[in-house]
Structures are given as C-alpha cells and as structure tokens.
Design a protein. Structure first.
Ligand code: HEM
Length: 170
C-alpha cells in the first residue's frame, strides 16, 4: 500500500491533467464560436447599438421630419402638425419610438396603431412612396449602410396596407 503522500500527489497529477484537457476543450469551443458570427458566443449588435442608440435615432427622426416638411409632394399632409410645436414634438417622439423599435432598441411604441393614426387622411400610394423615399434618403445621409437600410425596409413597407388602403375606408 503506497504512502498517503504518494496517493495524494498521484490524484493531484490526474486532476491537473483532467483540468488541462477541460481548459483546452473550452478554448477550442470558444475559438470555434468566434469563427461563426451567428453563434451564441458572438451575437451581432442590433442596428440600434451599431449606429449609436437613442441619440442617433433622435437625430435621424429630426432630419427625416425636416426632409418631409421640405418635400412638396407630401408636406401638405403635415401642415397642421408643423404649425403646432407641442403636436410636432409628440409626433417626433412617437416616430423615435417606432424607428428605435425597428432597429432593435428597447423603446416601446406608445402611439396609436397605424390604421387609426392615418384613417381618413387620404394617403395614397404615391404619398406613401414619397415618405418612404424620404426616410431612405435620410438614413443614407446619416451613414446607415445600404444592407442595413435593406434590412429595415420590410418593416416600413409592411405598413402600406394599414396606412394607404384601410386608412381610406370608413
Ligand atoms: C411607413 C410609413 C409611415 C409611418 C411609419 C408613420 C408613422 C406615424 C406615426 C408613428 C404617427 C403618430 C401616431 C400617433 O400620434 O399616435 C403618424 C401620424 C401621422 N402620419 Fe404617418 N406614418 C407613415 C406614413 C405616413 C404618410 C405616407 C403620411 C402622409 C403623406 C403620413 C402622415 C401622417 C400625419 C399627418 C400624422 C399626424 C401627425 C400629428 O400627430 O399631427 N404618415 N404617422
């Protein structure tokens, strides 16, 4: 029977080997995760985080509303909104919530649903397209990459049916 000290040192050596193997396996796993951007170890940042979060969305919405206000194709729709500073800042705040949400931000949209907000306004497809174009140009000017604009586009275009068609029904 070996002396107690020898048993301990033998067990310790085995333990070290096991821990060493475990550490190597973990290292291999972590570096494998690093190879795959879609893996759990390296989640892609949201567009919200990528472009600077809330402050950036506020800047983008300001620029967007200014562009719409200067757009003769659609600015008549916003005449009353533009003339009332409280109404204008409330409108901008709702847009910030909405755009931030599309980009993966934590903001929660607190405005009316799109059908109620645009009912009886008489928004047609041309007006809708003009506004979407203004939004795309604003995002481009703000330095948002084309691929990211393309990723956001379906969220925006999906609202056409609520804003154009059903909005004009009684
Ligand atoms: C994807 C397209 C659009 C989005 C995301 C959008 C978003 C919004 C939001 C969030 C509001 C505020 C709702 C609330 O007060 O609770 C709103 C209101 C309004 N929208 Fe739109 N909208 C879109 C298209 C349009 C178009 C095409 C027009 C006209 C050309 C338009 C004209 C208005 C007007 C006049 C208001 C009322 C603003 C006010 O409160 O004074 N919208 N929209």
């Amino acid at each position: 029977m070996p002396a107690p000290g020898r048993v301990h040192s033998h067990t310790r050596r085995r333990l070290h080997r096991t821990l060493g193997a475990l550490a190597l396996a973990m290292l291999a796993f972590v570096s494998a995760c690093g190879d795959d951007p879609a893996s759990v170890g390296t989640p892609a940042p949201s567009l919200y985080d990528k472009y600077g979060g809330h402050a950036t969305v506020v800047v983008v919405v300001d620029a967007f509303v200014a562009r719409v206000a200067a757009d003769a194709r659609i600015n008549a729709f916003f005449a009353e909104t533009a003339a009332d500073s409280v109404r204008l800042s409330r409108f901008k705040a709702r847009l910030v919530e909405q755009v931030a949400g599309w980009m993966g931000g934590p903001e929660v949209y607190t405005g009316r649903d799109m059908v109620s907000a645009h009912r009886f306004m008489g928004v047609d497809d041309r007006a809708f397209d003009a506004l979407v174009q203004d939004l795309v140009l604003t995002l481009r000017d703000a330095g948002v990459e084309e691929a990211d604009i393309a990723a956001l586009a379906p969220r925006v275009l999906a609202l056409r049916g609520d804003i154009v068609v059903r909005a004009n029904l009684p």
